[in-house]
Design a protein around this ligand. Structure first.
Ligand code: ZN
Length: 406
């Protein structure tokens, strides 16, 4: 059983066969929730979602465990699972995701890490996000940091969003075995860039010089007067959607990290615009050019993390309203799910299984279902699966898998 699990993606690769079908994966980040104490309904169950409710009755619904029961996932491993990968085998650092997300081409020897602009007072961090400075402000500060020169290494600094940016370190003999300098709390001093292995000493020295220089250049900034570095890593070698499933795939996501992750597995990037309707318009335009589309909606997770039940409900409703346009394209397989749960009650990601809706003319219906939500999903025809198994189900419902054995 364990061996089968580990090789699952290779079995899909063996069985994958070409077809004309169109597959769409729509991820509402952090979709799963917990009931509101008054109504007894979760965010998804509270939302007015006539499209999803109808799809739930006419198609399969169920629950998916992102990684392992009880394990709360980050968004990156949770998405890798939705793409069919074993997230424990392909662990990807945040720095690499950010670098790929902002469009930097990483070489195998490059080391990437993420920057948080932060506020420091008397040597102690008072705000790890520098008051969430606007994105343009972050971009200006990246220009300032780009002037830093250290012999023997090329340093590429790029803004991401708000207080977040990314650095790529390019040169001979660099190592990614560097500890985060982010103390993860306020009232503490930034940590030194410590080598985690002897061969990382030179890299640690370069990074320490960079941080000292950055502190000097940013000293007079009102908010972003220091930087915290984390998520040092290198590009992992990961088989692509084309190699594994024979799928020409595209990503439509507003957030860089998700675009980066999708590009790592071979998806091409399409414009995402500002709203879900923009995403669907972009999908529509490219409909004939790809076999598989991944649409990512961040708002549901952000609202959950803010503890804003009502806002999470309205993000879900906006997506449901936009679904009509998507359904008009008549995808052969449409999956609506989350990468993990982010219950507003917890203000954080959680381990709870996520509702899944799999719409296809070959899906087993749930005529009794009232709505697409956690309670109905728990009794649905899809049963209780792992997120990693969704990819095989999408391929099968799209008639893209051969029979195994005679
Ligand atoms: Zn997420």
């Amino acid at each position: 059983m364990e061996a089968t699990r580990m090789n699952a993606i290779r079995i899909l690769q063996r069985l994958a066969t070409p077809a004309d079908s169109k597959l769409v994966l729509l991820v509402l980040d952090g979709l799963g929730g917990l009931p509101d104490e008054q109504s007894g309904l979760t965010e998804l169950e509270s939302a007015q979602t006539p499209n999803m409710d109808r799809l739930a009755r006419e198609n399969s619904i169920g629950l998916a465990t992102p990684l392992l029961p009880g394990v709360t996932p980050g968004s990156a491993p949770a998405h890798l699972a939705l793409f069919g990968y074993d997230a424990f085998e392909y662990e990807i650092g945040r720095g690499v995701l950010s670098a790929v997300g902002v469009g930097l081409d990483l070489g195998p020897a490059d080391v990437a890490c993420r920057i948080n602009f932060a506020t420091m007072q008397d040597g102690l961090i008072t705000d790890r996000r520098a008051g969430r400075i606007p994105t343009e402000e972050g971009a200006r500060l990246c220009e300032v940091l780009s002037t830093i020169e250290i012999p023997g290494v090329e340093i590429i600094v790029r803004p991401e969003m708000q207080y977040r940016a990314v650095i790529v370190w390019r040169g001979e003999g660099l190592s990614d075995a560097i500890a985060d300098t982010d103390p993860q709390t306020t009232g503490a001093a930034p940590l030194p860039a410590r080598a985690l292995k002897p061969e990382a000493e030179k890299t640690a020295e370069i990074i320490s010089r960079f941080v000292a220089e950055a502190n000097r250049l940013l000293a007079d900034e009102p908010q972003a007067n220091t930087i915290l570095l984390r998520g040092f890593g290198r590009l992992p070698s990961i088989p692509t959607f084309q190699e594994l499933y024979g799928l020409k795939a595209a990503v439509i996501a507003a957030y860089p990290m998700y675009r980066g992750l999708a590009k790592l597995v071979g998806m091409e990037e399409l414009p995402a615009g500002q709203t879900f309707a923009d995403q669907v318009a972009s999908l529509k335009k490219a409909w004939h050019d790809y076999d598989y589309f991944f649409l990512h909606v961040k708002g549901s997770d952000a609202a959950g993390e803010d503890g804003d039940f009502a806002r999470k409900v309205s993000v879900i409703e906006e997506v449901d309203a936009g679904l009509s346009e998507l359904l008009a394209l008549d995808p052969d397989v449409l999956v609506v799910t989350g990468d993990h749960s982010t219950p507003a009650r917890l203000l954080a990601h959680s381990w709870h299984p996520v509702p899944v809706l799999l719409a296809s003319r070959h899906a087993r219906p749930n005529a009794w279902a009232e709505r697409f939500g956690e309670s109905d999903a728990a009794r649905g025809t899809l049963g209780h699966i792992r997120s990693q198994d969704l990819m095989g189900l999408m391929l099968a419902h799209g008639q893209r898998l051969k029979k195994f054995g005679a």
